[in-house]
Design a protein around this ligand. Structure first.
Ligand SMILES: [Zn+2]
Length: 338
């Protein structure tokens, strides 16, 4: 099937193990050029906007957008972002309406979609993003497809711990002031704080140790914190428990009720349960929704326990074909009725 051939083509860009198309790399450019050719083959009017986002418009209802992103994390998987773009090309070609969009730099802070909004460009009237779930909920529910209710809020920032540098051989244990030991205790406390709040998660993903020498007691440690929760109250509680003043933060963003209903009905018409779930990951749909564009997300079941941002990402051909059909029919309906 063409969808899988295209996913393989995208996966092969950059070579090596896993998908390697980080934002602003030649590999991201190559993926956009390849997708532009597919848009032309589909008979769409192709445009690259001033921020590098790729758009392919059908003759009718080009204000209704479907799509996702083509950049990846380093050593990513086949499906994150790429599936949403490849599926959108199928949907627009089959339905003969709407526009496909491939945003730039989603993985490094929604660069393309945020630039589109910030530039004051004409925004779409509707945006539907198909994406892999990147979590285990649908697999555990035994459901191939899900409809996103809202995208959780998140906050990011840095905590700094100071100690005193010293000789690793001559400084007795009882007089040390080791910044890394302090931060290790803090990391465990951050984990416990998130565990104590329903639906909350917190991650320390980066540590910077000064001076970072094997025979020197660490003098200063900086650690990154990524905290997320289903609503602003719980996010506030989590941040207070961690003691983090975030440098960046977004509130939870709701998906559009009417579009959610369309997706649910399309799923149910195929005799399947329409599972509704929040998205713990941020998405371009969240940026557009926050800017006032009625937006929705269709999730495809992630297998392998829901693993993502890894070459082990997996979704089945059956689930993907089903998702493409639901997206196509939803696009037709939205284009004729909304
Ligand atoms: Zn993604």
């Amino acid at each position: 099937m063409r969808v899988f051939d295209r996913l393989e083509h995208l996966y092969a860009i950059g070579g090596g193990q896993g998908a390697n198309r980080p934002h602003a790399s030649p590999a991201e450019d190559e993926a956009h050029e390849l997708a532009a050719r597919w848009l032309e083959e589909a008979g769409l009017d192709v445009e690259v906007d001033p921020d590098g986002n790729l758009i392919g418009r059908a003759g009718e209802r080009s204000d209704v957008w479907v799509g996702s992103h083509l950049d990846t994390v380093p050593v990513g998987g086949r499906y994150d972002g790429a599936l949403g773009v490849v599926a959108a090309i199928e949907a627009v070609e089959r339905a003969g309406v709407g526009s496909v969009v491939a945003f730039r730099g989603e993985e490094v802070g929604w660069v393309g979609s945020r630039a589109l909004v910030a530039r004051g460009a004409t925004l779409p009237s509707t945006f539907v993003e198909l994406h892999i779930e990147q979590g285990p909920v649908l697999e555990q529910a035994g459901s191939p497809l899900g409809v996103v209710t809202f995208i959780v809020g998140w906050a990011r920032g840095e905590l700094v711990f100071d100690g005193r540098a010293g000789h690793a051989g001559t400084t007795p244990m009882d007089v040390r002031d080791d910044a890394l030991v302090k931060s290790a205790e803090e990391i465990l406390r951050i984990r416990d704080a998130a565990r104590a709040i329903e639906g909350a998660v917190a991650t320390v993903g980066e540590l910077t140790v000064e001076h970072g020498a094997e025979n020197v007691i660490p003098r200063r440690v900086r650690l990154s914190v990524d905290a997320r929760a289903p609503d602003s109250d719980r996010l506030d509680t989590l941040l207070a428990a961690i003691g983090l003043v975030p440098s960046r933060r977004t509130g939870p963003v709701a998906m559009d009720e009417e579009l959610r209903l369309v997706l649910r009905e399309e799923i149910e018409q195929r005799g399947l349960a329409a599972v509704e779930l929040p998205s713990g990951a941020g998405h371009d749909a969240g940026i557009l929704a926050a800017a006032g564009v009625p937006s929705a997300m269709l999730f495809v079941r992630s297998l392998n326990g829901g693993i993502s941002h890894s070459p082990d990402e997996l979704s089945s051909p059956e689930d993907i074909e089903l998702a493409v059909e639901v997206l196509t029919d939803a696009l037709r309906r939205v284009a004729t009725s909304l």
